[in-house]
Design a protein around this ligand. Sequence first.
Ligand SMILES: Cc1ncc(COP(=O)(O)O)c(C=O)c1O
Length: 382
Amino acid sequence: MTLDDIIAREFPRLQTSEMAWLNSASTGPMPERARRVAIEQVEKRMEPWRYGSVEQFEVLDRSRELCARLIGASPDEIALMVNTTAGLNLAARALPFERGDVVVGTDRDFPANVYPWMAMAKDRGLEFRQVPCRHGLFDEDALVAALDEPRVRALVVSWVSFESGVRLDLDRLGAECRRRGVTFVVDAMQGLGPLTIDVRKTPIDILSCGAQKWLLGPWGTAFTWLRKDLVRQLEPANVGWMSVKGSDDFTQLVNYRLDYWDDARRFEVVTLPYQDFSLMNASLELIHEAGPAAIAARIAQLTNRLVQWALERDDMRLVTPPDPLRRAGIVAIAPRDPVAASTRLTAQGVGHSLREGAIRLSPHFFTPAGHVERALEVLGAG
Ligand SMILES: Cc1ncc(COP(=O)(O)O)c(C=O)c1O
């Protein structure tokens, strides 16, 4: 089946809707197959005896497997989470920091990757050093330079910026971290989907990603990957009642033994939303079927068009770097009056976001080229 066949079958509403949805960086639409799974899930919950613990565990096993496959990891390195933030808090609270240690981040990251570190600075005496952006973009050279201080223990960044769309070179940053023994924590939320990654090749230590945007899953589903030896070394800061060995035997729960699973389930805080993970599984199966590389290539075609258009206009400032290696699925364009442009786009049925004074457009692989043209027409008509 071709990509276009998959699009026609799984996203029929987006092809015929009045709305041009160029806002997957905010919320990704769910595919047709997820709707069918949702109905099945509720029907089973209406008769709970049809949805027992064996099936519940199978759903989560499948989720770990599908998430792992997406990043070249193994399922025992995946902890399922209810959002990206939970994984970043896990990193902040479980890594063995000491008072006075320095964690390096940027000064324009999404708050999910800022507040957990600010809280650690307040509660545990860490220093959270936010490296200033350059012309509003993550400054990779400055991040590398900031690692040279001996008290630096971790680098925490978003792979792709939620506002400017700039992409960091994780291979470069990861290698610089490894050389210095610095832990590398990545928020992959705006990267995974428009881009692909293999954690066996890119030297990352912890990666957290929600499924509700580019992965087309429901809210409340996310995963955190930890490098295998970290899984064993770190202890959960938030301890779930199924974080320990043998806790899947519900016949003897008061036989307490604080002996964590050897795999990343030790970090999971149950009960997890099984029905939501079932829907996430449907969406991830679709992504695997379509092919993550094919999806990334289609997104790149659409974003290239947006970038070219903005470069040719002298009434627009392209916030996102034009170099394809320095961006992903987000293109941010600042017209002279961004608020008026946003109002116009909304009125004309173009889904977008207004972020930090720019119009953020984020087409996905299913976005018809005609919708991109419509967005540009409305944006340029100011
Ligand atoms: C880079 C980035 N990280 C995290 C999030 C959200 O995190 P969570 O899944 O915890 O809501 C967003 C957007 O909402 C984001 O753009």
